[in-house]
Every structure is written in C-alpha cells, then in structure tokens.
Design a protein around this ligand. Structure first.
Ligand SMILES: Cc1cc2nc3c(=O)[nH]c(=O)nc-3n(C[C@H](O)[C@H](O)[C@H](O)COP(=O)(O)OP(=O)(O)OC[C@H]3O[C@@H](n4cnc5c(N)ncnc54)[C@H](O)[C@@H]3O)c2cc1C
Length: 329
C-alpha cells in the first residue's frame, strides 16, 4: 500500500482554483494523521508551472502529466490518466475538491479502480486501528451526520466547499515528477467546449461569503433586480430555488439544493423561498440564515436564525437602503 495522500489539482487559465487549496488543506490534515506525505497531481498541457505553487502550499511531490489531449478537461481523459497513475503509484487516498469537474470524474475513477468514494466530506481523519480513512459527511438530505470509511484502497474523497481551511503557504517546496503518459483523443470523451466567464463583478456562488437567493415568491425574472441591488451592496452571489430556475427566471448554475449547488456562506438570505427539503440540503450549513416570507409557517422560517414575515418587495429594498447606510459609514 502506498504512503501518499494525493490531491488532484484543478486549474483554469494557468491558475489553481481555490477549492484545490481547500482539498490540499484537508489532505495535509489527513497525511499528518496517517503518517503519510502529500502529493499533488497536475493534468494538462504546459501546466507544470503550477508545481511550485502546490509545493508552497504543502505538496511534497507533484506528479505532472504534460499531454496535448488534456489541454482542457474531459471526463474520459481525466478518468483514464488518473486510473493509470493510481495503478502505477498506489496512493493511500485521493482527495478532490467537490467541484462540478470532480463530481463528474471521481465516480468514474472509483469504478475503474474498483474502490469506494466518500463524497462531500466535512471532516477527515485516520482510523489507525483499521488503517483506513475515516470521514464525516451529511446523509439523508443533511438530517444526519455519518462517519464513513472505505474498505478498499485508494480511498477516494471529495471535500465539501468551505468545509476545510485552504492550505497555508508554509510548505517546503515540491519535487516535480514528469509522468510519461499518453492519452488518445478518442479517450477524451465528454470534453469541455467552452467555459462561460462570469462577469468580473459576479461572485462565484459556491465560494461566496454572502448569498442572496430568490424563489417562486419573486414572481418573475425582472423582479430579481431587487435582489441584484441587495447583492451588489453586500458583494453577494445570487442563488435561486428550483422553482425559479424551472420557470426560466434564473440560469441553472444559480440553483441551490439537491439538484443544484451546495453553498455554505457566512450569510444566506432567502427571499420568497418556502424551504422544501430539496432546497434546504443545499444551504442548511450556512452560518446565519435569514428568511423573508409572507408565510410565517413556511419551513425555512422555522430553520432561519432571523425569520422576517412580510412582503419581500417592501422588505428587500428597505434592507438594501439600510445596509448601504451602515456600510458607507
Ligand atoms: C428530485 C427533486 C429535486 C429537487 N431539487 C431541488 C433543488 O435542488 N433546489 C430547490 O430549490 N428545489 C428543488 N426541488 C423542488 C422543491 O421540492 C420545491 O418545489 C422548490 O424548492 C420550491 O421552490 P420555492 O420555495 O421557490 O417555491 P414555493 O414552495 O412555491 O415557495 C414560494 C414561497 O414564496 C413566498 N412568497 C410569495 N410571495 C411572496 C412575497 N411577495 N414576499 C415574501 N414571500 C413571498 C410564499 O409564501 C412561499 O413560501 C426538487 C424537487 C425534487 C422532486
């Protein structure tokens, strides 16, 4: 059995993505508990420059595959390359940030390696008695917290956004190992054609400290303007319930919940959202929850730290003005 904990680095435009640093933070904790070393894996074309940064953030070794056909992400290419690398080097565990990308390839990788996957973990430890990764994750739509282990090796783990602190820049630098691995174009099915660039002012939903979400109570797409004003004052990202997305008022990328994104901001402001269990799954771990609803008995009003009963079209503009006044002081 190997003695390395791997982190698969996610990068775009030559930059490491923040969730990778969180996965690296989680892997460092796990490696300390298991008495193992941390290694990072970089797949891509001309992406070797990321090795130094990964070393600074605590990877002792960086395995780098430089391959034309991995210039952008593909389900098939990543699964194939990681399968080959894991079979050759036999890491103890492989950790990924629970991004859309990892949600796509991690289950495929688990199937190829005939091993188990622990998704969306919020704590990672090492069970010395069994010699296994021991992780905590929410189950039953967030109603219970389970401690789970994988009996096979390597254990595959994805880390929930914001559950782990990003790895600090206190690493000693990494040994870079260029891996000789070929990936055919035919293996690269599910290739990303294009990334939509969020507007420079737009805050990424899963990384935002403040999220302002709207539901069916918003009444229509134009009415989201009141939330946009509030979001601008707070530097917040805009989320939506599935009802608002299904109605075509917001894009699917904004959906929070079971079939949307999981967010864990410091502040979640839900406007005109009833609080169906499928929505709660996506936001219940927010630090402070504010719900604005005409119906005092809506489920989200019971869960909220602050439940404000009233018409959102009166309350939200008033809140925006008040935040403006306070923040401009
Ligand atoms: C398999 C499955 C997966 C799903 N996945 C998701 C998911 O990922 N995310 C998700 O959100 N849902 C999901 N759903 C749908 C979910 O069950 C609910 O239907 C949905 O969340 C309801 O959205 P809502 O709260 O916006 O609408 P409603 O339940 O219709 O609530 C609207 C609320 O707005 C309030 N309101 C109306 N007007 C005003 C006003 N002027 N001021 C203040 N309040 C007002 C009302 O009192 C009401 O509480 C899923 C369902 C299934 C079956």
């Amino acid at each position: 059995m190997g003695s390395e904990i791997w982190v698969v680095a996610e990068h775009r435009g030559g930059q490491l993505r923040r969730p990778t640093l969180e996965a690296l933070g989680a892997a460092r904790q796990l490696a300390t508990a298991a008495g193992a070393a941390v290694a990072a894996v970089v797949l891509g074309k001309n992406a070797g420059g990321l090795a130094a940064e990964l070393g600074t953030h605590g990877a002792a070794r960086v395995l780098w595959v430089d391959e034309e056909n991995l210039d952008v992400y593909s389900s098939g290419g990543y699964t194939h390359a990681l399968t080959e690398l894991a079979r050759a080097h036999k890491p103890l565990a492989i950790v990924f940030a629970a991004s859309s990308q990892a949600r796509d390839f991690a289950p495929r990788l688990a199937a190829r390696l005939d091993t188990g996957l622990l998704p969306d973990c919020i704590e990672l430890g090492w069970d010395a008695a069994s010699g296994r990764v021991s992780a905590k994750r929410f189950i039953n739509s967030g109603k219970a917290l389970a401690t789970v282990q994988v009996k096979t090796s390597p254990a595959l783990v994805t880390t929930r956004p914001k559950a782990f602190a990003p790895a600090g820049a206190d690493g000693a630098g990494a040994e870079t190992v260029k891996c000789d691995l070929k990936v055919d174009a035919a293996q690269c099915y599910g290739k990303v054609k294009e990334y939509e660039q969020p507007a420079a002012t737009k805050v990424e939903l899963t990384e935002a400290d403040v999220v302002v979400s709207g539901g069916r109570g918003m009444k229509g797409p134009a009415e989201f303007a009141v939330l946009e004003e509030l979001a601008q004052v707070l530097g917040a990202a805009i989320g939506a319930s599935r009802a608002a997305v299904d109605a075509g008022w917001r894009e699917h990328a904004a959906q929070v919940g079971q079939t949307g994104k999981v967010v864990t901001p410091k502040l979640y402001i839900a406007c005109g959202i009833s609080g169906a269990i499928q929505h709660l799954v996506g936001m219940t771990n927010s630090k402070i929850i504010v719900a604005i609803n005409k119906d005092a008995d809506a489920p989200l009003m019971k869960l909220a730290d602050y439940a404000v009963v009233g018409d959102l079209f009166q309350l939200v503009p008033a809140l925006t003005q008040e935040f403006k006044r306070v923040l401009e002081k």
